[in-house]
Design a protein around this ligand. Structure first.
Ligand code: GLC
Length: 618
């Protein structure tokens, strides 16, 4: 048992007496455990703490549970190391910043009341802002940031996201997604930045820097989690065995050279940018679940790339390895998973791993390695010294400054794909403007999945500005704006002084539930388009989508086409560009297929409709 003595300073005496401590003749020194002393180098703190821990305390640190699965007292009694909010994991009674801070702090107080007082790390998916929190600024999803391709902007977004998350005590962000997207039929296309590894690597590293700036020990720090390692964006259609998914969680194509050339660079870049945690992928390679691959998780990631942080599993992903749970746990932990996102039955995992260690199927060395990695991150981010929500930052949640940043990102993300007779940008004193489409007036659609709810939801689910409201604010008082969701207008959209804008989009989705065989718009939005194509003299189409859609046959009937991706809460950024306050500068981060037989990327079958990097500048 190692202790450190230090002189009892006068102010400490005063504090002790103020606490009513019996003040006999003070001893000149008191002792605190080495691991509790922030002046001690982290490796020494880790080793001091590790040698004090029981097996139960160690395995507890390797256990990450969903917040509704255990009470705070149970988190204490099981020595739990991490708690998370999954998609939609806001406080049940009140989705407010204060309620979030109280929820997280309650778990934290419980953890700190354990024998060794090891704080939990609380995580959530802040993939486009603190997006489970009502009132947080919702930034464009990554595919829009990929179109903007501005690393400085992405770093600023990381910083703003970290500030809003740290205010509520959520110091761990399961982002950025660093998938290199090779088939845009994938429901997670929009969580990725691009189809090219260097493009993804540059922006992902910027986001990690922004999240963790100025360093991971800063009070408003949040640590990032590049995900999902390895090859999640390269799966084959029809290879998934999860639910009715087709691509998501499927089998990654290509030999080792492909995995290394296409999918590994973003991990090299984010590790170099200081990433402390990496999340393993549900997907498989050569028939082996990535969560079971000691080659990729340990030999390559930890040894070859020198990753010294910890690897967290995905949500119940270990369970997919083997129908025998004990075998699944043994395989995953021995392969290199350090913390298991269980996320519900903590005791089942703890008991399985305990049995495995007692039986020698998982060595004490492996357990110590995993716990050493976890503790190193917790010490490095100052969690022992600052474990609670940074509530001084609460006023920055939803701040004007963050909303302006998001609005800039929306404007920079727009890509102009067609512009007959230089119709765009429009003048603000246009006489008649006819706007159609559900997506023009729906914050839930413009935000997309991973917004308040895991799958997102249509309707006014967040505060923000709709695209319609942005347009109405942009035009002159003399402009007559008529909006009809169905594209049925009382005025004359065919008049010479009229322009139509159809804002149509995909309904929200997330993960494999968004895998699409058709890449088509919802039928209602198609009907709006047909109606407006028939009645409008000049038609601008604005697409709200998480990926390219097949629009080849309709395109000739449109005068202009703009893709706004999934812009988030600040829809006014769309009007900023449509009416010329900001330039069109976005470029396609993914190839836009002419037809489905051109997928996955590299399938050939003729030229795409628009190539990677395409975008018009009027
Ligand atoms: C999900 C996702 C992962 C996310 C995790 C926690 O299933 O695959 O990206 O971070 O669960 O919400």
């Amino acid at each position: 048992m190692r202790w450190r003595s230090f002189l009892l300073l006068p102010w400490m005496l005063a504090m002790l007496s103020a606490c009513g401590g019996a003040m006999t003749a003070p001893s000149p020194t008191v002792t605190i455990a080495i691991y509790r002393d922030p002046a001690v180098p982290i490796p020494a703190r880790v080793e001091d703490l590790l040698q004090r821990m029981t097996l139960a305390e160690k395995i507890g640190q390797m256990t990450l549970i969903e917040k509704n699965s255990l009470t705070a007292d149970q988190v204490r009694d099981l020595f739990i190391g991490g708690v998370l909010s999954g998609g939609g994991g806001y406080p049940a009674t009140d989705n407010s910043p204060a309620a979030w801070a109280e929820m997280v702090n309650t778990f934290q107080h419980a953890a700190l009341s354990t024998r060794l007082g090891i704080p939990i790390i609380y995580g959530a998916d802040g993939v486009h802002g603190h997006n489970n929190l009502y009132g947080a600024v919702i930034f464009p999803h990554n595919i829009g940031l990929g179109a903007a391709n501005n690393p400085v902007l992405v770093e600023q977004i990381g910083r703003a996201t970290a500030t809003e998350m740290a205010a509520t005590g959520v110091f761990w962000n399961y982002a950025p997604g660093v998938m290199v997207v090779r088939d845009v039929r994938w429901g997670r296309t929009y969580e990725g930045y691009a189809e090219r590894p260097d493009h993804v690597a540059t922006l992902a590293a910027a986001f990690v820097r922004g999240l963790q700036a100025p360093d991971i020990a800063a009070p408003n720090r949040v640590i990032g989690t590049p995900k999902h390692y390895l090859g999640d964006g390269g799966t084959a259609w029809g290879s998934s065995t999860t639910e009715n998914y087709q691509l998501d969680q499927g089998e990654t194509m290509g030999d080792e050279a492909i995995l290394r050339a296409v999918h590994l660079p973003p991990y090299r870049a984010t590790i170099a940018a200081g990433a402390q945690v990496i999340m393993a992928s549900y997907s498989s390679w050569n028939g082996q679940k990535m969560h079971a691959s000691s080659y990729w998780l340990s030999d390559v990631l930890k040894q070859e790339l020198g990753f010294s942080g910890f690897v967290v599993s995905d949500w119940a992903a270990i369970d997919q390895i083997d129908p025998n749970y004990d075998r699944a746990v043994i395989t995953a932990i021995n392969a290199g998973i350090d913390m298991n996102m269980v996320p519900y039955d903590a005791r089942r995992f703890i008991n399985a791993l305990t049995r495995a260690v007692e039986a020698g199927a998982v060595s004490e060395e492996r357990i110590n390695d995993a716990v050493r990695r976890i503790l190193t991150v917790k010490f490095a981010m100052g969690l022992f010294e600052q474990p609670f929500a940074q509530t001084n930052l609460l006023p920055q949640i939803g701040s004007t400054m963050h909303r302006e940043l998001a609005r800039t990102a929306v404007a920079e993300s727009l890509v102009l794909l067609k512009n007959e007779q230089q119709l765009l940008p429009l003048t603000k004193d246009i006489r008649h403007l006819y706007i159609g489409g559900q997506a023009a007036n729906d914050l839930g659609i413009q935000a997309g999945g991973w917004t308040i709810e895991w799958q997102g939801r249509v309707g006014s689910i967040i505060p923000g500005t709709t695209i319609l409201a942005g347009i109405q604010a942009a035009v002159s008082p003399q402009t007559v704006v008529e909006y009809n969701e169905h594209g049925r207008f009382t005025g004359d959209p065919g008049a010479a002084d009229a322009v139509c804008i159809a804002v149509v989009g995909e309904l929200p989705y997330a993960e494999g539930r968004g895998d699409s065989a058709s890449l088509s718009l919802p039928i209602n939005e198609q009907r709006v388009l047909y109606r407006m194509e028939e009645t409008c003299a000049r038609l601008v189409v604005v697409l709200i989508a998480g990926r390219p859609l097949i629009v080849t046959d309709s395109l000739p009937r449109w005068d202009a086409l703009v893709v706004a991706w999934l812009p988030g809460s600040e829809g006014a950024g769309v009007a900023d560009v449509l009416f010329g306050d900001r330039p069109f500068r976005g470029r396609l981060p993914v190839t836009w297929p002419r037809s489905l037989d051109q997928l996955p990327l590299g399938s050939g079958n003729g030229e795409p409709l628009f190539p990677y990097g395409f975008g018009l500048t009027p």
